[in-house]
Structure formats: structure tokens, C-alpha cells
Design a protein around this ligand. Sequence first.
Ligand SMILES: Cc1cc2nc3c(=O)[nH]c(=O)nc-3n(C[C@H](O)[C@H](O)[C@H](O)COP(=O)(O)O)c2cc1C
Ligand code: SF4
Ligand code: SF4
Length: 248
Amino acid sequence: MVLYYTGTGNSEYVAKKIGEQAKDEVVNLFEKIKGHDYSEIHSTRPVVFVYPTYAWQMPRILRDFILRTSFTGSKCAYFIATCGDSMGNMPKYLKQLCEQKKFTYMGCAEVVMPENYIAVFNAPERNQAVKIIRNADIVIENIADVIKHNGTIPEKKVGAFAKASSGIINTLFYPLVVSAKKFYATDACIGCGKCVDVCPSNNVSLKDGKPVWGNQCTHCMACICKCPKEAIEYGNRSKGKPRYQCPL
Ligand SMILES: Cc1cc2nc3c(=O)[nH]c(=O)nc-3n(C[C@H](O)[C@H](O)[C@H](O)COP(=O)(O)O)c2cc1C
Ligand code: SF4
Ligand code: SF4
């Protein structure tokens, strides 16, 4: 069973491709995560988690969901980390998660997809994004083949920078960087409420017809990238930047 979490669609794209090619069921975890639904998930096939990389690790919102949910049936787990550049030393922490959950770790694959973190970096324009995804297609096909045949995903060597990135930098990232304080809606806002609906952590609500942000943000970029009027800004960092949603 392929289970995915996504902010802007990259991981959904990858999950669906893997499901199609490995002939496996694909499930979007969005409603469960948003609804705090930790009911049992049963799968006779290995579970395949597909998700974005946040600061060289699995997003905490997903890790917390996995820790609280009971998984029955197959105890084999694959991990597919989509990223803009690198997953760092993520496998180390996935192995710890597997120990906690009594999963058999079957490996973690890195799939480089377009960057979506517009609060910090730039997302590519559509044409460039499509090129990146076409390159990823080859990687995805190989991963699907491994999963289909119950193989293990080979380990990659990690250097000192990757170790620090997934370690101390990830630890500092959440308290120092992840915050919704800089989000605001401009006069272009039409009060449609989409930003409320797409937030996995229920961190956006409408007040007098305009969004306001709470303190549960996980920086998924869904609200800012999915606003139909591009009416959301993140301080000055997002001004003039293309919003990103997986184009395929
Ligand atoms: C909060 C945040 C942190 C990110 N950290 C990393 C990172 O450490 N390494 C990386 O290569 N990409 C990083 N990215 C880029 C995303 O992992 C990448 O674009 C991913 O494919 C987005 O997936 P999605 O569309 O399914 O949300 C980050 C993006 C966000 C929003
Ligand atoms: S999605 Fe955009 S237009 Fe709709 S309420 Fe939110 S900010 Fe306003
Ligand atoms: S407030 Fe926006 S960026 Fe933060 S978790 Fe919700 S949708 Fe994602």
C-alpha cells in the first residue's frame, strides 16, 4: 500500500506513479492527518511512505502520524523521500522509526523533484519543473520495480554535511525557521477559504473573511501555493516568486 503526504503535489505524483507501476493501492494521508484520525491501517503488501523532505528528514507531521497509527498486516516499510536537492542522512532516522514501529526497514529512495519551499528558496517555472520531473520518472520506475519484487533499496553513502543537515540543522530548523508569523493575505484575497481547507495542520482560519494563521504551521507551502488569487505572501520572501504546484 502506497501512503503519501504532500504539500504541493510532488509526492502525490511520485506515489501515483509507483502505485501504477508496482500495481499497488495508493492512499492520500491528508484527511487522516488533518482529522487526527489514527485508526488502524491494514495492508497485506509492504507499506510505502512517499513524502517531501523537510530539512533533510521526514516531515515531523508525518512521523508523528506514523508513530500514533497502528499498522497491521505486512510489517515491511519502504520510504520514498521527494526533495529539491538531497535527503541528507534521513535513512538513519527512518531506521530508528522502524525500530519503534517494529517495521522491517526496506530502504529509502531519494527522488529529486522541483523545489517548492518558496518561503526560503525559489520554485522553478513550469517548463523547468517539467524537465526535472521527466528526469525523476526514470528514478521512480526503478524504485517501483524494486518494490514490485519485494527487493531492498540500496543504501547511499553519506558525508559529514549530510549528517549535520539531518541532525543538528534539522533540530534547529523547527524552532528557528518554521513559523506562520510572516504569512499574510493581500487585498487580492476573495475569502474563498481554500487556504483553510488545504492546511494539513488546521493552522489557517477565516476571520472577517480573511485568513489568519495560528502557531501549528509545518511550512508545507500548501496555503501560499494553492491560493487561486496568489493573495498570500510570506513577509518579503515570496514577493514576485512563482507559486509552485506539481504541474503533471
Ligand atoms: C519546509 C520545507 C523544507 C524542505 N527541506 C528540504 C531539504 O532539506 N532538502 C531538499 O532537497 N528539499 C527540501 N525541500 C523541498 C521539498 O522537499 C521538495 O520540493 C518536495 O518534493 C516537495 O514535495 P510536495 O510537493 O509533495 O510537498 C523542503 C521544502 C519545504 C517546504
Ligand atoms: S485561498 Fe487565497 S483567496 Fe482564498 S481565502 Fe485564502 S488567501 Fe483568500
Ligand atoms: S499554514 Fe500554510 S504552510 Fe503552514 S502548515 Fe498550513 S498550509 Fe502549510
